[in-house]
Ligand binder design. Structure first.
Ligand code: ARG
Ligand code: ZN
Length: 869
């Protein structure tokens, strides 16, 4: 009753404007040069901007500068203070008589009150910026769109004791002291860039320096800037940076172009990192590492993100995006490039498995949800909502498919053409594909549907064999599912790597072939196939699709044993596990024999790399099993999966113990071999615990207590957290005490508990939200609890809907501080269609409550309202 009255009195928020790709028009005014002068102060920073502007083409449109949240002090045109300006919405609109003018503005902003972490903000006592996508307008008035490229000169003045280090884009020009305790520095970036690549940092920072000599002999000064105490944790990032610079020269022919390259780590950051020209700013979790605080996974993620941001210097900065609908032009391509880099550092097969696992965990569900969108979207309310797995990871798969179709030499020729032709410009996805076509000598007309059609294609496969004639026929049929606003889709171009193996002999019956399926259905025939063939399909995950095949459990077990493509081998094992778990969930029947035999075989094979074995023997996650079902029953899935885990643990206990022992008793070393052993050891520990062995908690606790590195310690903690034991509570306590004050490690403490499969996770998570170390103001901390809980299928969907209510409460509270980070955590609520009517109604009710909340950001409004459709 009270609520209803309140709702009636609250004015409906005016609907945010839809931005459409088809409405793109070139900028009416360009800004060849930009000069910025910052008087930096956390409470009030004064920003003076001097823009040279030029009318572009014949028109009489006024100059429109974007702004947000600043206090305007003065506006001058050609040196004269003027009053003929107006504010329309958040734009500063200036009618200008001539074709070229100089605009000067002065504004004030308040970095320490900036909780959204967009624009100029304070983090850990330092000042830093984040401008992509539309943060620059929160710093000064500017045409804040990626196709306005300008050359920047920046001057910063700040208190010298508090902010001894002053950094900006490009190269340092000059610096000096003032008499009043302040100092100043000037930086100049010779490369024209869009405003989203602007950055500055002012702080009390220490630096780990290095140098890199480019292939043409230029020496680049490298610097990783962190707080003094973190300096010992920066060697890995610096090393990864040097490897990345050499790799991009070798593999893509791309050389670095400035005299300095700086990276700054900050604790409060909305996402992973940012590729600002010459001054990358990173979430500290993607820089800081030492064996005591970072897992092997963290080390790999650091190298991958350092590489990613570095590679953006060409794929993103030298060539940027014309508009934000083209975001995947830089992100998809750059993810593809960083994946290639990581594959070259260790096992390419394991890297591909990890990437596909990530795609299935993050992008496939998005493609099947109300938030599904094409790799090149048609419209948005808030661009921050489109930094998605579809843009990044599916986008990378599109590049990979084109590379597969072209082959390595022609792909390299095509990227050379792209970098040469579009250097210094703001380009489109179409420009990229046209280069692939031209240098590759292929027609990609139909391939372009990958950019415009959302949804994960499904391919059904059957194989027939006539023993008499020796002919085998592979029948393929594809279907692209409907997604919001898109139905009756056209067939796409699917590059499928396939190979046939003989069911009797285990021999390969054909070479690997690339079959391009571009029709709704097609058949491929093979002659002189002497025995019943089994098809190994979509090898290397050559197309990002779902396969529905008629292969039996025996066929899959066969491939898991004999396939020569490690990815296909892994895939066969996963499919076997998935089929087993789906059958057990639906029919309640538990036939575990085939999986147990295949896992045993894999563990017994001395030729396999332990890192591969660790991946191959892991069961698909509960949510991935749920993704296969029309109605998800979280408890049935959990029970089925736990039963299989227990049987695997029991039946193969001796083998798990052998694998466990093989990884034990070695001092920490960060080599690929040791990483593989640690990974398999942690997986083995999980199965020993799943078996119900009486000593499991003791074993895990001993690993926890004796660990000389975080991989072992966190692996043991994860296993303990899933048990009900006194060891669990002791370990959580010790871990907390030991790492109090280390926020990155405390994030792990929160996250491990929120991901736990134990029965009491929902209550525990609610309690953790009241823990003194929990805070919504720090995005890493918010994600470690809220984000992890949202993907814990069983806990989040526990009967009664308390999890849904809790998530909605957290999102509403977080939205008031940081809309972008809140909106990122909403998608689990949008999956209501996949659940039973009771759960679906509870989930919808929370979405409706969010949408109706007064003062909601457009970020969260867009995600919640679309999720209800
Ligand atoms: N360009 C950055 C990167 O991928 C990420 C920027 C994310 N921005 C955002 N508004 N979510 O390296
Ligand atoms: Zn990126």
């Amino acid at each position: 009753m009270l609520d209803a009255t309140h709702a009636a009195l609250t004015p409906a928020p005016s609907a945010p404007a839809v931005i459409r790709r088809e409405d793109y028009t070139a900028p009416a005014w360009t800004v060849p040069t930009t000069t910025l002068d910052f008087a930096l102060d956390p409470a009030v920073t004064r920003v003076r901007a001097r823009l040279s502007v030029e009318r572009s083409g014949a028109h009489d449109l006024p100059l429109r500068l974007d702004g947000a949240g600043q206090r305007i002090v003065s506006v001058a045109v050609d040196g004269v203070s003027v009053n003929e300006w107006r504010i329309e919405g958040e734009q500063l609109v200036l009618p200008l008589p001539g074709d070229a003018h100089v605009i000067e503005t002065e504004v004030e902003i308040a970095p320490e009150r900036n909780t959204q972490l967009m624009g100029l903000y304070a983090s850990g006592g330092n000042l830093c910026t984040q401008c992509e996508a539309e943060g620059f307008r929160r710093i000064t008035y500017f045409p804040d769109r990626p196709d306005v490229l300008s050359t920047y000169s920046v001057r910063m003045t700040a208190d010298k004791a508090r902010f001894p280090v002053l950094l900006a884009n490009g190269d340092p020009v000059a610096q000096g002291d003032n008499d009043d305790g302040t100092h100043w520095a000037e930086w100049h970036d010779p490369f024209p860039k869009p405003s989203y690549l602007f950055a500055l940092v002012a702080g009390d920072l220490a630096v780990n320096r290095g140098t890199f000599t480019t292939r043409s002999g230029r020496t680049v000064e490298l610097g990783i800037w962190v707080r003094e105490a973190d300096l010992p944790k920066t060697d890995h990032a610096l090393h990864a940076l040097k490897l990345s610079m050499a790799w991009d020269e070798r593999v893509y022919g791309r050389e670095y172009d400035l005299d300095v390259f700086n990276i700054v780590a900050v604790d409060d950051f909305n996402f992973g990192a940012m590729e600002n020209k010459g001054l990358n700013i990173f979430n500290s979790r993607y820089i800081l590492a030492d064996p005591d605080t970072a897992t092997d996974y963290d080390y790999d993620a650091i190298a991958a993100v350092v590489a990613h941001e570095y590679f953006h210097n060409w794929s993103g900065n030298r060539i940027t995006c014309r508009d934000w609908f083209q975001l995947s032009l830089k992100e998809g391509f750059t993810v593809y490039r960083d994946q290639g880099f990581s594959a070259d550092q260790g096992s390419a097969a394991v890297k591909r498995i990890e990437d596909v696992r990530g795609l299935r965990a993050g992008q496939f569900p998005e493609d099947a949800s109300p938030l599904a969108h094409p790799v090149r979207p048609e419209s948005y309310l808030e661009i921050s909502n489109f930094y998605t797995a579809t843009i990044y990871n599916k986008g990378a798969e599109l590049i990979r498919m084109m590379a597969t179709i072209l082959g390595p030499e022609r792909f390299r020729a095509a990227t050379d053409l792209y970098f040469e032709r579009f250097d210094g410009t703001a380009a489109t996805c179409e420009d990229y594909v046209a280069c692939m076509e031209e240098a590759g000598g292929v027609d990609l007309s139909q391939f372009r549907l990958w950019y415009s059609q959302a949804g994960t294609p499904r391919v059904s496969v059957s194989l027939e064999h006539e023993p008499g004639s020796g002919r085998a026929t592979l029948n393929l049929a594809q279907k692209v599912p409907d997604t919001p606003g898109q139905s009756n889709k056209q067939p796409q171009v699917l590059p499928l790597k396939i190979r046939l193996f003989g069911a009797e002999t285990g021999e390969a019956l054909t070479d690997e072939q690339l079959v391009i399926l571009s029709d709704a259905s097609a058949s491929v025939t093979f002659e002189t196939i002497p025995e019943r063939p089994i098809v190994s399909l979509n090898r290397g995950f050559s197309a990002p699709i779902v396969i529905e095949s008629d292969r039996t459990a025996a066929d899959l077990a066969f491939l898991a044993r004999h396939d020569d493509d490690p990815f296909a081998r892994y895939e066969a094992m996963q499919q076997l596990m998935l089929d087993t778990l789906v059958a057990a969930t639906i029919e309640g029947k538990a036939d575990h024999e085939a999986v147990i035999a295949a896992v045993a075989d894999t563990l017994d094979n001395p030729e396999l790399d332990p890192a591969f074995v660790a991946e191959a023997v892991l069961l698909p996650s509960e949510s991935f099993v749920g993704d296969q079902m029309s109605t998800v029953d979280p408890n049935a899935i959990h029970d089925a999966r736990e039963a299989l885990r227990r049987d695997l643990g029991r039946e193969l206990e001796a083998r798990w113990r052998t694998a466990y022992e093989a990884g034990s008793g070695r001092a920490y070393a960060h080599t690929p071999e040791d990483k593989g052993r640690r990974r398999l050891r942690n997986v083995a520990l999980g199965y020993i615990a799943a078996s119900g062995a009486a000593d499991a908690a003791k074993l895990a606790y001993a690993q926890f207590a004796d660990a000389d590195n975080m991989t072992d310690r966190q692996g043991a903690l994860t296993t303990l957290v899933g048990t009900h034991s006194e060891e669990r509570d002791a370990a959580l306590d010790i871990f907390y005490q030991r790492y109090q004050g280390n926020s990155l490690v405390l994030d792990k403490w929160f996250q491990t508990q929120a991901l736990s499969s134990a029965d009491d996770t929902p209550q525990l998570v609610a309690e953790l939200a009241r823990h003194p170390d929990f805070s919504l103001a720090n995005p890493n901390r918010a994600r470690s609890l809220i984000g992890a809980f949202g993907v814990n299928q069983r806990a989040f969907h526990a009967e009664g809907g308390a999890g849904y209510r809790w998530l909605a409460d957290q999102l509403i509270a977080l939205d008031a501080l940081n809309p972008q980070t809140a909106a990122k955590l909403l998608p689990p609520l949008g999956r209501w269609r996949r659940f039973d009517p009771t759960r679906a109604a509870l989930m919808r009710a929370e979405l409706e409550r969010i949408v109706a909340h007064p003062g909601l950001s457009k970020d969260l409004f867009e995600q919640a309202s679309k999720s209800l459709e």
